[in-house]
Design a protein around this ligand. Structure first.
Ligand code: ZN
Ligand code: ZN
Length: 148
C-alpha cells in the first residue's frame, strides 16, 4: 500500500507502455503531477498546474491520458454532482483518505477517520467478497453554501 513515490509513476508508465501507448513528455508530466497531489484534481486544475510548471499539455491530451490511466486502473474518478469529475491516483504516494463533496459548488475535501477504517475492516470480514479496497464519499452542502 505505502509504495515509494516513484513506484506509482514508473508503474503507471510501464502499464501504459504495455498497453501500447508511447512514452512521452506529456504523459510523464501528467503522471508526476498526479502523484504529487494529496487529493483529486479536475481536468482544469491539472491544465493550470501543468502550465504553471511550464509544462504545456493540451486539454484534449489531458483528457486522453486520464482516460487511458483510468482504463488501466492507475487512477480513479471522484464524481462531484452531475457533471464535475476529479481524478486521483490509486496506490500512489497520497495517504489513504475519503471525500466530502459539496454538491452545490463542487468543493472537494479529503477526510480520514480511524474508527471508520476499523468498522470497514470488520465489515469486510463478514461480506461475501474478498475486499481489496473501499471508497467513501459524503455528499452535502459545505459551510459556505449552507449559509447562503
Ligand atoms: Zn482524494
Ligand atoms: Zn459548497
Amino acid at each position: 500500500m505505502a509504495r515509494a513515490k516513484h513506484d506509482w509513476v514508473s508503474g503507471a508508465e510501464q502499464a501504459l507502455a504495455d498497453a501500447g501507448y508511447r512514452r512521452g513528455g506529456a504523459r510523464r508530466a501528467v503522471l508526476e503531477l498526479l502523484n504529487e497531489q494529496a487529493c483529486a484534481l479536475s481536468v482544469l486544475e491539472i491544465e493550470d498546474l501543468l502550465r504553471a510548471g511550464e509544462r504545456r499539455v493540451s486539454r484534449a491530451s489531458i483528457y486522453r491520458i486520464l482516460e487511458e490511466l483510468e482504463r488501466l486502473g492507475a487512477i480513479q474518478r471522484v464524481e462531484i454532482g452531475q457533471s464535475m469529475v476529479r481524478y486521483e491516483t490509486i496506490g500512489g504516494s497520497k495517504h489513504h483518505h475519503h471525500h466530502l463533496v459539496c454538491d452545490h459548488c463542487g468543493v472537494l475535501q479529503p477526510f480520514s477517520d480511524p474508527e471508520l477504517e476499523r468498522t470497514i475492516a470488520r465489515l469486510s470480514e463478514r461480506v461475501p467478497l474478498v475486499v481489496s479496497d473501499h471508497e467513501v464519499v459524503l455528499h452535502g452542502a459545505c459551510a459556505d453554501c449552507e449559509s447562503r
